[in-house]
Design a binder for this molecule. Structure first.
Ligand SMILES: [Zn+2]
Length: 173
């Protein structure tokens, strides 16, 4: 099915995507013991309904990104932790601004996420997504063709005592 999300138009196979997540992918907390990963699964399920519905429409299990990183030892004064990473989806991009813009043609590693172009399901700055066909860490057996959904999310800290209250950072909004 062809879907439109802000600047992005994609053709996706939500059923094949959902089947992969059901049968193969591991959740972030199953993959890593660190506190950021342990927090991710629980926190991502507390995102606004619009965000969960967006991911569900694509066939994604929110707890099972191909990659999720958190800013180590940084909790913001609004109780959130910043995470970035990506999910894979079976499908193809029809139209989009590439959400990763290389700073120079040869500069693979210094690509910068074009945050202004990203799709915001609930309209806030807390949950942003962008589609790209620049694929990394593709899970074995993932159905082709495949595209990557980059995310940029501020998730609540739900594991008590996980972060030192005194080191909270001021969040710039
Ligand atoms: Zn981890």
């Amino acid at each position: 099915m062809v879907l439109n999300f802000g600047n992005f138009t994609v053709r996706i196979d939500a059923e094949r995507t959902a089947q992969f997540y059901r049968e193969h992918a591991k959740s972030t907390s199953e993959c890593c013991e660190c506190r950021g990963c342990q927090n991710f699964d629980k926190a991502v399920l507390k995102t606004p309904k619009a965000v969960l519905e967006f991911l569900e429409t694509l066939g994604i299990n929110p707890c099972k990104p191909a990659e999720a990183c958190d800013a180590a030892d940084e909790m913001f004064d609004d109780g959130t932790i910043y995470y970035w990473g990506f999910y894979h989806i079976c499908g193809e991009i029809i139209e989009c601004p590439d959400c990763w813009k290389k700073e120079a043609p040869e500069a693979e590693k210094t690509a910068e996420l074009q945050r202004g172009t990203l799709y915001r399901p609930d309209g806030t700055e807390d949950f942003k997504f962008g589609f790209t066909d620049d694929i990394h860490l593709l899970e074995e057996g993932f159905p082709e063709p495949c595209i990557q959904l980059e995310f940029d999310m501020y998730l609540p800290c739900v594991l008590s005592g996980m972060y030192d209250e005194k080191t909270k950072l001021k969040r710039q909004k």
